[in-house]
Write a protein that binds this ligand. Structure first.
Ligand code: ADP
Length: 176
């Protein structure tokens, strides 16, 4: 789907294998030292240098984002976002929206042309996926008019049900 010249893609895959994306986004925790899920996969693929750089920028709170190098990953940068823990950090929709907004603005500031996101907060942090997908697409579509450099935004879902749910959520935004 294209919004004001920016392509939004929904794909099933692994966030650490997005070779054609300038930056990938990590669903991190506030210590920025790595963890489970996406965070663990990104740190394993990037190598130990990533933790050295990211942990020096910690702590960051829910909704915030920082940028580091990507080391052994095939991308130029990693943006680390801390999503809200559902039911704990409130208002969770605004904090989740901040993640997407701040990540897009950081990538734009670096003049990058492409960015890949996982579904932040929908794993261990417990955000219901359908609600999270609505916040994600609404925020991305709101921020797009600010963007000059970013031409491609890719949402990478790990499994097929998550992919289907996001594909339908994006279609629903389009027909609204
Ligand atoms: P959070 O702590 O923000 O909830 P998680 O890493 O636990 O983050 O999960 C976020 C989402 O990413 C989940 O939907 C999970 O299925 C998915 N996921 C896990 N590993 C990967 C991966 N390698 N690539 C893309 N998505 C992934």
């Amino acid at each position: 789907m294209k919004v004001s010249g920016v392509e939004i893609q929904v794909v099933q895959g692994d966030i650490t294998r997005q070779e054609d994306m300038a930056v990938i986004v990590n669903a991190a925790n506030s210590s920025l030292r790595g963890g489970g899920g996406v965070d663990g996969a990104i740190h394993r693929a990037a190598g130990p240098e990533l933790k050295k750089e990211s942990s020096a920028l910690a702590p960051i709170g829910p909704g915030q984002a920082v940028i580091t190098g990507a080391y052994r990953l095939p991308n130029r940068y990693v943006i680390h976002c801390v999503g809200p823990v559902y039911g704990v950090h409130k208002p969770e929709d605004e904090l989740l929206a901040s993640c997407y907004r701040n990540a897009l603005r950081l990538a734009e500031k670096q003049q990058l042309d492409s960015i890949a996101f996982p579904a932040i907060s929908t794993g261990v942090y417990g955000y219901p996926m359908r609600e999270a997908a609505q916040v994600m697409f609404k925020t991305i579509i709101e921020v797009i008019p600010e963007l000059k450099h970013i031409k491609k935004i890719r949402i990478v879902l790990f499994d097929h049900p998550a992919y289907e749910l996001h594909r339908q959520a994006l279609e629903a935004c389009h027909t609204e």
